[in-house]
Design a protein around this ligand. Structure first.
Ligand code: FPP
Ligand code: ZN
Length: 314
């Protein structure tokens, strides 16, 4: 097990950027703006955002912007979607450069995706999912434009996705899933509406996600996976029930998923590493106050100092 191999993880993330011609880069191409957010946030949590040049990153992010509609695509020339628009806004927030945006235009794009029942479509094709409610609310909050949507209806829709087990699904009646629970609890936290959550009932469901190996799974009967360290722990923190899981066992599970030679973290021990699980592993450790890491905000999924700079200018 041992310690967090911070330096190796920094090298791994920086090397991904340089591998643009590899097969891995090709198949992940549509996820590039999300991937950049995962990698850059990991570097910042490790106090190494300085390993990348903002003058390279920001112009590339802005090339993914669709001026006509105000949204961002996953890569240059790709169709805009809320998932990528949030990543773009988060990346700009990391560098303290929100001002490069036409905030009215971007927030207009996000607000335009709200439906009459308060739900959000992910893009012009209309798929509805509580993931998109989270993306919209988080994005507009960072842009300080929550007044552009009907927040009450957005909250009502999320509440309509609450299940009898205390969890939340992607649409009304959808099965409880830890990823969707993060989205719903995070959106409710940002909207100041956590009173809709039954903290004990949901806290119980979430702490039951800890498996014998110490890792967390996303639903009953599933294997533990490092990314659920984030989805489950962040939700537990927001509802003030994080003391219901065994932090030592979870820390050991995450550290066991490191590639100790070449850096990076995988979903479970001995699997291949990727930037998604590297981010969620480091973010999970940050939520558990692992020494030497910046603290991450459980609702905004950004380092706390970045969130403070957005809202308090410090
Ligand atoms: C599990 O996905 C995760 C989710 C359903 C939540 C996704 C949340 C967002 C995209 C919002 C933005 C997130 C952040 C951190 C800013 P999966 O497809 O891996 O689920 P599976 O394990 O069931 O396959
Ligand atoms: Zn995973």
């Amino acid at each position: 097990m041992g310690d967090l191999e911070s330096e190796k993880h920094v090298k791994y993330i920086v090397s991904i950027e340089k591998k643009k011609d590899s097969f891995e880069a090709l198949v992940m191409e549509h996820l590039r703006l999300n991937g950049a957010y995962w990698g850059l946030t990991t570097l910042d949590l490790l106090h190494k955002i300085s390993a990348v040049d903002p003058e390279e990153v920001i112009p590339w992010v802005m090339k993914c912007y669709d001026e006509d509609c105000g949204g961002f695509g996953g890569n240059i020339g790709h169709d805009p979607h809320l998932l990528y628009t949030l990543s773009a806004v988060q990346i700009l927030a990391l560098f303290g450069r929100i001002e490069v945006l036409d905030v009215e235009k971007v927030s207009g794009y996000v607000a335009g995706l709200q439906n009459e029942d308060g739900s959000f479509a992910g893009d012009m094709w209309g798929e509805i999912d509580t993931r998109f409610s989270y993306c919209a609310i988080c994005c507009l909050s960072i842009l300080k434009r929550l007044d552009k949507i009907n927040v009450g209806k957005a909250v009502d829709f999320i509440v309509s996705c609450k299940n009898l087990d205390g969890g939340f699904g992607s649409i009304p009646g959808g099965e409880s899933h830890a990823g969707q629970i993060f989205c719903c609890v995070g959106a409710l936290a940002i909207a100041g509406s956590l009173h809709h959550v039954d903290r004990d009932l949901l806290g119980w469901w979430l702490c039951e996600r800890q498996c014998k190996d110490g890792g967390l799974n996303g639903r009953p009967e599933k294997l533990a996976d490092v990314c659920y360290s984030w989805w489950v722990l962040s939700s537990l923190i927001m509802i003030d029930r994080v003391h219901w899981i065994d932090k030592n066992k979870l820390t050991n599970f995450i550290l066991n998923c490191q590639d100790k030679e070449n850096g990076g973290i995988s979903d479970r021990p001995d699997n291949a590493v990727d930037v998604f699980h590297t981010y969620f592993g480091v973010a999970g450790l940050s939520l558990m106050e692992y020494p030497g890491l910046k603290t991450i905000d459980p609702a905004y999924a950004l380092p706390v100092d970045v969130v403070n700079r957005i809202f308090f200018g410090k």
